[in-house]
Design a protein around this ligand. Structure first.
Ligand SMILES: Nc1ncnc2c1ncn2[C@@H]1O[C@H](COP(=O)(O)OP(=O)(O)OP(=O)(O)O)[C@@H](O)[C@H]1O
Ligand SMILES: [Mg+2]
Length: 262
């Protein structure tokens, strides 16, 4: 029951082939990792999946519920892809720093639901009702990710680990079926890093998600992933279970550090 499939997805920037013939398949409910050295093409793969870039060649197929009936999302606009059920976080946190934690989540809901400013301007009671409902929904979401106490704080005042959580909450506000996390542990302290594995599993279960994640922190990757794809210079050099990847010669060669994971 695939949720996401890429078929020969390739992205060229001038002479650079950032991603070369990417063929991944992600099944419903899985946690799949995309790993590889810096510049391997991981973020570019996310950008092709989320419509930031249209692949130079190949296709990206998606089925929100998982199944044989996969539809192409190649070249669709990012906002439409979000509406279809794919949400992401960014390698460099992108929060609205001057806004509260709650507002960050509500903005994401708005962008998703598009109740429209029109209603607010002409003062439709329905608009206010919906606003109330969205606020309740956002607070409930913050509670589920452990940020309720911080709801009225400025997002930039949060410690880094919580900012990452907020970014995930904001992605969840768009009600995705597939969640893409680009280096969620980056910048986290050891405690936050330890908590991340459990947190990602928890949201996968509670929100009925499929997760594709990019991560350099090998302990997390090996603990959390059902399967792993390894990229190097844009090419997929290995795929398999954490055990298979840790014992893969090509991976050990290309990706120093994997060999040290125990
Ligand atoms: N918009 C762009 N224009 C030109 N080259 C790009 C662009 N985006 C990415 N690249 C190049 O594509 C390659 C892959 O970059 P990408 O950001 O996908 O790597 P990555 O695996 O995410 O690396 P990192 O682990 O450092 O985040 C790099 O050589 C990068 O310089
Ligand atoms: Mg990257």
């Amino acid at each position: 029951m695939s949720v996401l499939t890429t078929k020969g997805a390739t992205m060229r920037f001038g002479g650079v082939v950032a991603v070369d013939d990417l063929n991944i398949e992600v099944e419903r409910g899985e946690i799949v990792a995309l790993i590889g050295p810096n510049g391997a093409g991981k973020t570019t793969a996310f950008n092709m999946i989320t419509g930031v870039y249209t692949p130079t060649e190949g296709d990206v197929l998606f089925n929100k519920d998982g199944g044989k009936d996969m539809r192409t999302i190649t070249g669709k606009r990012p906002d439409l892809i979000t509406k279809m059920g794919i949400a992401r976080t960014f390698q460099n946190i992108r929060l609205f720093g001057e806004m509260t934690v709650l507002d960050n989540v509500m903005i994401a809901q708005h962008l998703h639901i598009k109740s429209g400013l029109f209603g607010a301007v002409i003062g439709w009671p329905r608009y206010y009702k919906e606003e109330r409902r969205m606020k309740d929904g956002a607070l409930a979401l913050l509670e589920r990710v452990g940020l309720l106490e911080e709801a009225y704080e400025l997002s930039t005042s949060l410690p880094y680990g919580k900012q990452r959580r907020l970014e995930i909450a904001r992605a969840l506000a768009t009600e995705p079926s597939l969640l893409l996390l680009d280096e969620p542990a980056a910048g986290m302290n050891p405690t936050e890093t330890l908590e991340l594995t459990e947190f990602v599993r928890q949201i996968r279960d509670e929100f009925d998600l499929t997760v594709l994640l990019i991560e350099h922190h090998m302990q997390i990757v090996m603990d959390i992933s059902d399967r792993i794809y390894v990229l190097d210079f844009g090419k997929t050099i290995a795929r398999g279970t954490p055990e298979e990847i840790q014992n893969n010669e090509r991976v050990i060669e290309a990706y120093l550090g994997v060999a040290d994971v125990d």
